[in-house]
Design a protein around this ligand. Sequence first.
Ligand code: DC
Length: 230
Amino acid sequence: MKKITIAIDGFSSCGKSTMAKDLAREIGYIYIDSGAMYRAVTLYSIENDIFHDGHIDAEKLKEQLKDIHISFRLNPATGRPDTYLNGVNVEDRIRTMEVSSRVSPIAALDFVRQAMVAQQQEMGKAKGIVMDGRDIGTTVFPEAELKIFVTASPEIRAQRRYDELKAKGEEASLDEILENVKQRDYIDQNREVSPLRKADDALLLDNSHLTILQQKEWLAEQFRKAIDKE
Ligand code: DC
């Protein structure tokens, strides 16, 4: 069967990754979480003194970008890919509130985006890939055969993120998370390079009131339709 490219974009914490990962596993495609790549660059920046009093030393980051190697390896225990930064598994460390609250300004830097987009396009060369992010349908794979744009209300997304952190045993404040969700939405939609927007040919999915199962069925149906068109 011909393989296609699937781009899943949308707001933060709206369940994109879960649906993208599950779909990829079911149809035997590669899954790439592009947000994890921006998170890994952020973690590197935190650990290498690139943030100073909340400011980013962009020159230093630019110089060191060639030393940042990001890859994904399947975790046999979870059946999902873990993110590696320079050979070290950073899957948990890139999901902390500290990284979440600093990633948007890193992801807004044009030289960071150029480097990440080039790597993402390389990963998708052979098709058979599900990639989620913010600019996948608009910039990374504008020719993707199936594009989905996912959204849900900020309150619902904050609640989901809160539940996730709690389940992992992390301290979390719902108000703080909601503030972080809104702040990231604003930066993601208003940055100069590749702002978050729905591609004209993307299908809109508001999952505020859908169960995971309903969402899964909807996505599987869109995949079948896209394959039938090929
Ligand atoms: O999906 P996420 O929350 O893990 O993404 C982390 C950050 O990276 C978020 O602020 C948006 C940004 N991002 C981006 O700018 N472009 C992408 N393709 C993916 C994520």
